[in-house]
Design a protein around this ligand. Structure first.
Ligand code: GDP
Length: 178
């Protein structure tokens, strides 16, 4: 089965998004504590693809060694997993582009890993502000990318973006089957 992995800095709303997508409360636990998700978790969806919950990156609480170990687990999975079809990089729509996210995406590009961006928590800002932030983010991306990665929108709070993300994945799945 093809795998679609979700990654982002801690507190970006990854657990909430995964709960929304899997539709089963408690299947992927949401946490208040940054970086509580430690292992790589797989959820089978519709009996035809795996949703993969990757540990967050970019928080200092665990100390240097812990961070390096986690980094290695993430990197090994991303670089070596044949089934990995697309990686979703979650970005909090309220924040301006962060170096750690941009560098991570550059690393994905260098390694030929297909990825898309999901702007999370879109209920937290106005539509106008969201458009401004999207534009600013795209401009920032264009400094290092010739072609923009797709940016999907989601609000786990308002259950927005669920169908779009699932359809997006379905479309890729169908194209894989030829
Ligand atoms: P994770 O650390 O990336 O897994 O983030 P969580 O899913 O645990 O969410 C972190 C915090 O943001 C929690 O307090 C969530 O309730 C809140 N949150 C997550 N997604 C949304 C969203 O779409 N809208 C709003 N308003 N809050 C959200």
């Amino acid at each position: 089965f093809p795998e679609y992995a979700f990654i982002g800095r801690s507190n970006v709303g990854k657990s909430s998004l995964i709960n929304m997508l899997t539709g089963k409360k408690g299947l992927a636990m949401t946490s208040q504590k940054p970086g509580k998700t430690l292992l790589i978790n797989h959820f089978i969806i519709n009996n035809n693809w795996f949703l993969v919950d990757l540990p967050g990156y970019g928080f200092a609480q665990r100390g240097k060694e812990g961070r390096q170990n986690i980094q290695r687990i993430i990197e090994d999975y991303i670089l070596e997993r044949e089934q990995l079809t697309n990686l979703f990089v979650l970005i909090d729509c309220r924040h301006e582009a962060q170096k750690i996210d941009l560098e991570f995406m550059e690393w994905l590009g260098e390694n030929g890993v297909p990825f898309s961006i999901i702007f999370t928590k879109i209920d937290k800002i106005s539509k106008g502000r969201l458009q401004e932030n999207l534009k600013a983010y795209q401009e920032k991306l264009l400094e290092s990318w010739e072609e923009l990665p797709p940016i999907l929108l989601s609000s786990s709070e308002k259950k927005d973006g669920r169908e779009e993300i699932l359809d997006y994945i379905d479309t890729i799945n169908k194209s894989l089957k030829g």
